[in-house]
Design a binder for this molecule. Structure first.
Ligand code: CU
Length: 259
């Protein structure tokens, strides 16, 4: 139903629902465009100067215009009340708890996405702006016991499939926007605020590569706010893996961290 819109592939649990809504809105807009366009052409001919030498100050009368307006308003209200509001309520109201979700911090900066995993203890270590350097873009305080096992990556987010992912999103400098098109996620990253963003990835990267017959396919993290001169290259990647593959990847990161 939605292929005609040319949307990206669906890779999260709520993607189909959002696409259905997008398609309905586009159908409505298509009908309105054709309808208003036809009406415009009709008016050009019907009220041409040749047929109406003197202007009528009373104007045209007819019930059709009003009932059409009411019908369009009813359709828009239905879209809002039965589709948009429930979808939004789930996004902001059904955020998974810290214990059930796979948690990760993502911090935008000009022009990269920094990722912090809480490590084996499940606790995010302390970050301090004074510790930020080229080697430590998050400003992670490794002296903090909670930070010792934290894993940091740049422009690379590895996620296990079929688990709710809870991203704690923020920014170091200006407003960025965390855009995951295949996951149907977009959220502004605002300095000084930590925004919860959640979704359930449903297709691993390797399954998607097979499905699309494209061995180089990757899920992307794009910055969807013009955030400076290097905005165009503010791009990261998401690798969705099976639980076992993810654990293996994480074990490699832990090994690399060990002194
Ligand atoms: Cu940006």
């Amino acid at each position: 139903m939605v292929n005609w819109l040319g949307l990206p592939v669906q890779a999260s649990a709520h993607a189909a629902e959002l696409d259905q809504m997008t398609a309905l809105v586009h159908w409505l807009m298509l009908v309105l465009f054709v309808g208003w366009g036809a009406f415009f052409l009709f008016v050009l001919v019907r009220f041409r100067k040749g047929a109406n030498p003197t202007a009528s100050y009373a104007g045209a009368k007819g019930k059709l215009a009003k009932s059409t307006e009411v019908l369009v308003a009813i359709i828009e209200i239905v879209l809002l009340v039965f589709y948009a509001i429930p979808a939004w309520a789930t996004r902001v109201g059904a955020v998974p708890s810290e214990t059930e979700a796979f948690r990760v911090r993502v911090v935008g900066e000009q022009f990269a996405w920094n990722v912090q995993y809480p490590g084996r203890d499940g606790l995010f270590g302390r970050v301090d702006i004074t510790l930020v350097s080229a080697d430590n873009p998050l400003g992670l305080d490794r002296r903090d016991p909670n930070a010792k096992d934290d894993i940091a990556t740049i422009n690379q987010l590895n996620l296990p499939v079929d688990r709710p992912v809870l991203v704690h999103l923020s920014s170091k400098d200006v407003i960025h926007s965390f855009g995951l098109y295949e996951m149907r996620i977009k959220q502004d990253a605002v300095p000084g605020l930590e925004m919860p963003v959640w979704f359930v990835p449903t297709v691993t990267t390797s399954d998607m590569r097979t499905k699309l017959n494209n061995p180089t396919f990757d899920y992307e993290i794009t910055c969807s706010q013009l955030c400076g001169l290097g905005h165009y290259r503010m791009r990261g990647f998401i690798t969705v893996q099976s639980e076992a593959d993810y654990q293996k990847w994480m074990a490699d990161q832990v090994k690399a961290l060990a002194p």
